[in-house]
Design a protein around this ligand. Structure first.
Ligand code: CS2
Length: 506
């Protein structure tokens, strides 16, 4: 690794400030934990696609823990599939960064050293492909968000019309998408007689390993049947459940970290004390000793993934849409209103009967801990950030539980209010008539539907329920249509705050 190992004292020429770097580690205040291992001796065993804040607050911390214990020589090469921001921030500081763990009790800072290098895929796809195809790479992990899978959210199948998929089929050696990179690198490994790397999805999708495998093999089959079969037979795609709340880093966070460090970190990550990673133990090409760093290794992650998606993420999304509409900027602020806290608890309670958990799982205790985490006053997790990409998130967070409740003959009013909150949100106008900056791959389509229907619940709800990539057959169910229309009607009549207040579980 070249660039990140430079041994010069970095300082900002304009202001004369120190910058975080290998050479400056000794100048940090004594109490700040930092890599106690020789970073130059670590091999790049893991390539991570989507090196955003989430990865840097969770998997990279686990790897840093193992390196600190001398229990591993697996390092991470990170890649961004789109922007160069992370590379531009991290490479000049030798890919070191600060993890700032915040709670009501204060902030703990720690410097993470497990990321060895950071690349920007579009700037040099060949460099990333070569690294992925290198036999030294034995795991390719992913946090590319739901939309990075280029799939139809409702079915989990590859979207063959997706512009990046169309592009990657035409340009297999200069891909853009995560499936495109994985398949191109696996094709090279097959050609050179190298075992496949293990693909480790760390995104919030149900059965994320199965989904990744389905998408990768479907894409490979469009290139070659034989390649798809080889991947099917030889490559492992363990599912994982990852959990840590990681809000977007703000300039205020950067300033706070700089003052704690006495030097500048261009891109620290801010998170909560809680962290959990559950992984299916299928790594034919080898893996670090994850368990030593507290990772839970299991044979089937599905129940835990459903639990997290339907309790944590579902109530998070519910709070995000309804809280945003009620004028709350953050989840913690939304939670200070008892009515919203009670509503979040109800989303969790209603999801519980749809879960089949291993014996001994205490869903009530889990839910209580989630409510406490959401209330962490030191985290500024914006409702707007969680509201993003609803078309990709609703199916596994809210709709799957609704489907199960209908099957069980149970009412769906709680979840219907959350879905109605999303519908009100994607009209792109808030309750005071101000524009909402809706971020979603199909934002334009949703807005067009909303404009066509107008702010009239019994037109808007059925029109949006027809978006089959989100709702599938559930959208055509009269019980769904009635419950969502009723909830949306109340949102228009009395606003989110009162709709949540008036809400009483049936
Ligand atoms: C959140 C998640 O942004 C979102 O949609 O619900 O990122 C959530 O914070 C994490 O899944 C927590 O593990």
């Amino acid at each position: 690794m070249s660039s990140e190992m430079a041994k010069s004292v970095h300082s900002n020429p304009k202001e004369g400030h120190l910058h975080l770097s290998n050479a400056n580690l000794d100048r940090l205040p004594g109490q700040i934990r930092r890599p106690n291992y020789d970073r130059s001796g670590i091999g790049p065993g893991i390539v991570h696609l989507g090196i955003g804040a989430f990865h840097r607050a969770l998997q990279a911390v686990v790897i840093d823990d193992l390196l600190a214990r001398g229990a591993s020589d697996w390092g991470i090469v990170g890649a961004s599939l789109r922007s160069s921001d992370t590379r531009d921030a991290l490479v000049p500081q030798d890919c070191l960064y600060t993890l700032a763990v915040r709670s009501g009790a204060g902030t703990e800072h720690r410097i993470i050293g497990s990321v060895l290098d950071t690349m920007v895929a579009p700037a040099n796809p060949e460099r990333l492909l070569a690294r992925m195809a290198d036999p030294a790479t034995r795991i390719v992990s992913l946090t590319v968000t739901e939309k990075g899978y280029c799939h139809t959210p409702q079915t989990g199948e590859l979207d063959v019309q997706h512009p990046d998929i169309v592009h990657d089929l035409r340009h297999p050696d200069a891909p853009r998408s995560a499936p495109g990179f994985i398949v191109a690198a696996l094709a090279r490994r097959k050609a050179s007689g190298t075992v496949p790397f293990t693909v480790l999805s760390c995104d919030n999708l149900s059965a994320n390993g199965h989904t990744a495998k389905r998408i990768v093999t479907q894409f490979a089959a469009l290139r070659s049947r034989e390649l798809a079969q080889w991947i099917e037979d030889e490559a492992a795609f363990p599912s994982t459940m990852v959990d840590r709340i990681v809000p977007e880093t703000t300039d205020a966070d950067r300033a706070a970290v700089a003052s704690a460090l006495g030097m500048i970190d261009a891109w620290p990550v801010v998170t909560e004390p809680f962290t959990q990673w559950i992984v299916e133990d299928r790594f034919p090409a080898g893996r670090p000793d994850f368990a030593m760093a507290g990772v839970q290794l299991v044979s089937d992650v599905t129940p835990f993934e459903h639990m997290k998606l339907r309790l944590l993420n579902a109530s998070h999304s519910a709070l995000a849409y309804l809280g945003y509409l009620a004028g709350f900027d953050t989840i913690a602020a939304t939670m200070t209103d008892d009515r919203f806290a009670a509503f979040a608890r109800q989303v969790m309670q209603d999801a519980a009967p749809t879960l089949e958990m291993p014996e001994g799982t205490d869903l009530a205790a889990y839910s209580a801990s989630l409510l406490q985490r959401f209330s962490n006053p030191a985290l500024h997790h914006r409702t707007w950030q969680i509201a993003m990409d609803g078309s990709q998130k609703l199916p596994q967070r809210l709709l799957a539980a609704m489907q199960d409740r209908l099957r069980l003959g149970l009412p769906i009013d709680t979840h219907a209010l959350a879905v109605a909150g999303w519908m009100r949100y994607v009209t792109a106008k808030d309750e005071a008539g101000r524009a909402i900056d809706v971020r979603d791959p199909i934002a334009a389509k949703l807005k067009a539907i909303a404009d066509g229907a107008g702010p009239v619940a019994n037109r808007l709800a059925p029109a949006l329920l027809e978006v089959s990539s989100i709702f599938g057959t559930l959208g055509g169910d009269p019980r769904m249509r009635d419950a969502v229309t009723r909830a949306l009607t109340r949102l228009y009549e009395i606003g989110a705050r009162q709709a949540v207040e008036e809400f009483r579980p049936a």
